[in-house]
Design a protein around this ligand. Structure first.
Ligand SMILES: Cc1cc2nc3c(=O)[nH]c(=O)nc-3n(C[C@H](O)[C@H](O)[C@H](O)COP(=O)(O)OP(=O)(O)OC[C@H]3O[C@@H](n4cnc5c(N)ncnc54)[C@H](O)[C@@H]3O)c2cc1C
Length: 419
């Protein structure tokens, strides 16, 4: 498809990358970028890192473009419905736009605190967009007695780190055995836990927050361990929910867990059939990565959003008999407590973990993750460059534990059980 009208719903990382890819691949028709946020596309990872710790203003996050997209930008207006038969997208302001091609890139939102009255207390925050970050920063600048971070996943751990950098006392309540363990495994999560505690974070694992209390302002939190904390700020970091509500009733296979597509990004309908000229990319996309024997899932990482969007743009323009597929291994990074954490593959699938380089106690390390005797992922802490070699091992489905001839390889100990 080189002409006609393509709508990209969602004007953030995946939406912008899809628009770039469409133009780069020779689409000369009308390009419409529809975004619920009023802002030009911006980058989210700094929100929990440099923005929160005060190094970067939210006005400095705009995503760069490498070409003139010549796109009509409808910002501050959400897509509210999709009619596949008529090939139309409905907008929140009542407009209805026809399309020849569509890219669904509506991402995800933060999972809200489940009790609406408590969520409405001043001082209770989510962190997904730049307005959230501005509000949270303003609250942190007032010097709260203590910050409670609800959930020790990536966002929660990064928020804890940024608040610590600001000199604020922090409690993290985490349901699981260790921070970020659902992505990195319990063993690496345990190392992160030790690091957080060494920085003075009051980390409570196997602990949930049972109530947030106050008149109009948050004053107290009750925890499942029986403790009661005086807190003025709580950051609810309970994961995210894909923005699929506007696709309800469209016939696309989309539900609270994501919008289904194949590895080429082609949208699937409820029967599993490919829907012509409709693509899904980014955090909203649920798909089965061709490399892994695992159930379809969303991959809520920066690199995945860009890779899928590029593939979608290519396939939508060229409609090749053998479409391109997103084959890049899942990868993400995180910066916190002086640690650069980088992950490749799917460590959470593992049933075995081995420290292959460095030391858990001292300095940088790499842990390889295996499942059924195959290397499925690796996590590097403060040694990001070595991960390329591990990516090759995951790509080759190298036997686990892999042979690593590195000068800093310790005696191999394989830890069994869920990673
Ligand atoms: C605080 C934070 C820190 C992160 N840190 C890292 C990191 O360190 N490393 C990493 O790999 N990843 C990180 N990520 C994840 C990364 O930012 C996401 O994977 C990436 O933003 C996904 O891009 P996306 O365009 O698919 O979705 P999103 O960025 O969620 O964008 C979707 C856009 O669509 C809009 N939208 C929603 N519904 C509609 C609608 N109905 N109509 C029109 N527009 C709509 C939304 O408002 C939003 O602007 C982080 C995310 C957050 C929130």
């Amino acid at each position: 498809m080189r002409s006609g009208r393509i709508i990209v719903a969602g004007a953030s990382l995946a939406g912008l990358a899809a628009a770039e890819s469409l133009r780069a691949n020779g689409f000369t028709g009308e390009l419409v970028l529809v975004g619920a946020e009023p802002h030009e596309p911006y980058d989210r990872p700094p929100l929990s890192k440099t923005v929160l710790s005060g190094w970067l203003g939210t006005d400095r996050l705009l995503l760069p473009t490498t070409r003139n997209l010549n796109a009509r930008r409808l910002l501050g207006v959400a897509a509210t419905g999709l009619d596949l038969a008529a090939r139309e997208v409905r907008l929140a302001d009542g407009r209805v736009l026809g399309f020849d091609g569509l890219v669904v890139a509506t991402g995800a939102r933060a999972r809200p605190w489940p009790v609406a009255q408590e969520a409405a207390l001043r001082g209770v925050h989510l962190l997904r967009d730049r307005d959230d970050a501005d509000r949270l920063r303003a609250d942190l600048a007032e010097g709260p007695r203590r910050v409670l971070v609800v959930g020790g996943g990536f966002t929660g751990s990064e928020v804890a780190s940024s608040c610590h950098d600001l000199g604020l006392p922090v409690t993290v309540a985490h349901r699981g055995a260790a921070p970020m363990a659902s992505a990195l495994g319990d063993l690496v999560g345990g190392v992160i836990a030790a690091r957080q505690r060494a920085h003075g974070i009051d980390l409570r694992v196997h602990t949930t927050v049972t109530a947030l209390e106050g008149e109009s302002r948050l004053r107290r939190a009750r925890l499942s361990d029986g403790d009661e904390l005086d807190v003025d700020v709580a950051v609810v970091a309970l994961g995210s929910l894909p923005n699929t509500g506007w696709l309800a009733g469209s016939g696309l296979a989309a539900d609270a867990g994501g919008a289904d597509c194949d590895p080429a990004g082609r949208a699937l309908d409820r029967t599993g059939a490919i829907v012509p000229d409709v693509y899904i990319a980014g955090d909203v996309a649920r798909w089965r990565h061709p490399h892994f024997d695992a159930a379809p899932q969303t991959f809520e990482h920066w690199g995945n959003a860009v890779a899928q969007a590029e593939v979608a743009g290519y396939n939508l323009v060229h409609a090749p008999a053998n479409p391109r597929r997103t084959t890049a291994l899942p990868a993400f990074w995180s910066d916190q407590f002086g640690l650069n954490i980088k992950s490749i593959g799917l460590p959470h699938l593992a049933d075995e973990v081995a420290l292959t380089q460095g030391s858990f106690d001292r300095g940088p390390f790499v842990a390889a993750h295996g499942r059924n005797g195959i290397t499925v992922g690796a996590v590097a802490v403060n040694s990001p460059r070595v991960l390329d070699g591990y990516a090759a091992l995951v790509t080759e489905r190298a036997p686990f534990p892999p042979t690593i001839n590195a000068t800093d390889s310790p005696d191999l100990v394989v830890h069994k059980g869920p990673s």
